[in-house]
Design a binder for this molecule. Structure first.
Ligand SMILES: Cc1cc2nc3c(=O)[nH]c(=O)nc-3n(C[C@H](O)[C@H](O)[C@H](O)COP(=O)(O)OP(=O)(O)OC[C@H]3O[C@@H](n4cnc5c(N)ncnc54)[C@H](O)[C@@H]3O)c2cc1C
Length: 400
């Protein structure tokens, strides 16, 4: 049983079905539905290949060859191209409007034999003798039923069904930020292969993202300090506050000068958190249900897909062995934590200033540049990799 049809849930379900398991997936919404979080990382490509969706990505989505960081205060620009990574196995990623991307992954799960129930909310996970044994599910037509399962995967995203119920969530120090987001038509973008770059624009209260899609639309949002967000007047509409914020950055206002707002402006507050336990008897958490990090380095979907791959492998082995001992998930938990905490440390060091200086350093050592590029590519799951060890030692995560 998989709860949630975002990238974490649909991939876990697909990979389990591919191993011959019988899987039911519950998704409370009906797809396509809007979701924020549209920039992928190159290191996700191997899982996306396993899911069989790369040909469709090639057809309909813009390739992303790199990331550009622009500092509004100083005018400094740092451009990282994935081809410069220490292990440049994957040289690009994709920019993906999530309504279409998530629907594509969910459809792929259905084609692999997953029974997908849309419009069904898991309201509770049922435990018997201390192990998860199924869920209570409510349909959007009002009916309700219990569905038994030999294993429950919580991929409910930021709803964190199990972690909230078990009070396992904690905040991450220094990451009490708020995001504002929207889609715009006609935003400036680079030319040629660089048109697909993500642009990260630093300015005094935080940073903006500019994520271009195939066609003329661009996702534009910003992540703001809580002190700055408190300057929003009670009678000020979110859209007006966003415009006032855009005016604070020379880069952002210039790039949006000829653009038009194409969606409502949305916001999400205090979004980073960690979860203290990721697995137990008969259950595991994947994707945002297992924790969430500030989106500065576009890591959410990558961590979700990597979680999915390892979780599916482990669940399959656990079911084969008929042994629900949570210790079997230790390698999964270690890998999930390692990937996430590498980025927590980097994001905290960015806000503190230390990693920001490394990103923009004028006389950057070539090796450091390649290490940073590897991290920006999402290459953080190999414990033995020198860049991974370097960053964990140099920028250790503060977990509170
Ligand atoms: C401001 C912001 C910007 C971001 N930018 C990026 C980015 O550029 N790149 C990136 O990779 N990531 C980004 N992210 C993160 C990314 O969106 C998430 O990490 C990603 O969506 C995680 O996938 P998931 O499947 O775990 O969760 P989700 O995609 O949220 O999917 C969870 C699904 O579960 C369903 N659900 C929830 N509760 C239940 C229930 N009880 N029963 C049934 N269904 C349920 C929901 O409807 C949803 O469809 C960003 C996030 C934020 C907040």
């Amino acid at each position: 049983m998989v709860i949630g049809g975002g990238p974490a849930g649909s991939s876990t379900a697909s990979l389990l079905a591919g191993r011959g398991r019988s899987v039911i997936l519950l998704e409370k919404e009906r797809f396509p539905r809007f979701h924020i979080g549209e920039s992928l990382l190159p290191r996700s490509l191997s899982v996306l290949r396993e899911l069989g969706v790369v040909p469709a990505l090639e057809q309909g989505y813009l390739r992303k060859y790199g990331a550009r960081f622009c500092d509004s205060a100083t005018g400094r620009i740092a451009h990282y191209r994935f081809v410069e990574a220490l292990d440049p196995g994957e040289q690009f990623a994709y920019q993906v409007p999530r309504a279409a991307f998530d629907e594509m992954l969910l459809d792929a799960a259905g084609r692999r034999g997953v029974q997908v129930l849309q419009g069904w909310t898991a309201s509770d996970v049922c435990f018997e003798g201390g192990r998860a044994a199924g869920v209570v599910a409510r349909s959007d037509d009002g009916s309700s039923r219990r569905i038994d399962a030999s294993f429950v995967v919580d991929a409910s995203g930021r709803d964190t069904l199990l972690a909230s119920g078990k009070r396992l969530r904690g905040l991450l120090p220094g990451l009490d930020k708020t995001a504002i987001y929207s889609h715009w038509d006609g935003v400036w973008r680079e030319a040629g292969d660089d048109q697909g770059n993500i642009q990260i624009v630093l300015f005094e209260p935080g940073w903006f993202w500019f994520i271009p899609f195939a066609g003329t639309m661009t996702s534009v949002g910003c992540v703001l300090s809580s002190e700055y967000v408190r300057t929003k007047r009670p009678d000020e509409a979110l859209g007006a506050f966003f415009e006032r914020t855009i005016a604070m950055s020379s880069f952002a206002s210039e790039w949006l000068r000829a653009a038009t707002l194409a969606t409502e402006v949305g916001a999400v507050a205090d979004f980073s958190y960690r979860v203290r336990e990721l697995a137990g008897p008969g259950w595991v958490l994947v994707g945002d249900a297992a924790g969430f990090i500030d989106p500065l380095f576009s890591t959410g979907v990558h961590l979700a897909l990597e979680n999915a791959r390892l979780a599916a492998e482990t669940i399959d082995a656990v079911l084969d062995a008929g042994d629900l001992d949570p210790a079997r998930f230790d390698p999964y938990v270690r890998a999930a934590r390692r990937g996430a905490e590498t980025f927590v440390g980097l994001v905290q060091a960015f806000y503190d200033g230390a990693f920001r200086e490394a990103l923009f350093a004028e006389h950057q050592r070539p090796l450091l540049r390649r290490m940073i590029t590897s991290l920006l590519s999402g290459d953080v799951f190999d414990e033995g990799a020198s860049w991974s060890r370097f960053v964990v030692e140099r920028y250790p995560a503060r977990l509170g």
